[in-house]
Design a protein around this ligand. Sequence first.
Ligand code: NAP
Length: 164
Amino acid sequence: MTTIVVAMGEKNEIGSDNQLLWHLPKDLKHFKDLTSGHPIIMGRKTYESIGKALPNRTNIVVSRKKNWFQEGILIVGSIKEAVKFAKKIDENIFIIGGGNIYEQTMEIADKLEVTLVKANLEADTYFPKINPKFWKMTSEICHEKDDKNQYDFCFQTFEKVDVQ
Ligand SMILES: NC(=O)c1ccc[n+]([C@@H]2O[C@H](COP(=O)([O-])OP(=O)(O)OC[C@H]3O[C@@H](n4cnc5c(N)ncnc54)[C@H](OP(=O)(O)O)[C@@H]3O)[C@@H](O)[C@H]2O)c1
């Protein structure tokens, strides 16, 4: 199973200036629960935005740069290679962004784990449109904002529709 994990606003916005747009500890925990123990694939910019390898997961970073090395991560030159390595480690792999990588992996993903943040924010990076012809929402759990989580949000799962 190849799963895309994303948190996006109401206009599909996901980031600005190579950073996230919100601080939602409940979403960070959700992300950790989903991905811990499984390989995660990300673009070089997302890796730099996080600034370190995430623990208890094989971190696979996609980059076209030559001679770029970082401690504690596997660097590969294509998404195909990233998926090939990840699948050798585990059947369940997670693609964690950013926008550029999401654009290129919607076709190969089986599932989307979306956090829909009830906000409308300025951004420079977006998630692709989720086409209802190809994706069916199978679960939705919503949470209200509180003193630690600044916006209302919903955890939504989408599964790919079999189109012949
Ligand atoms: N809200 C969320 O859930 C979420 C999740 C993740 C990221 N984000 C946000 O998204 C933004 C970053 O996204 P982004 O679109 O700018 O960058 P990105 O997708 O993280 O990384 C793009 C980089 O990945 C490499 N790459 C992309 N396609 C490749 C391919 N086919 N083969 C080899 N390398 C490839 C290239 O690296 P090189 O330039 O090194 O060649 C490219 O510059 C940040 O604002 C971040 O905070 C949000």
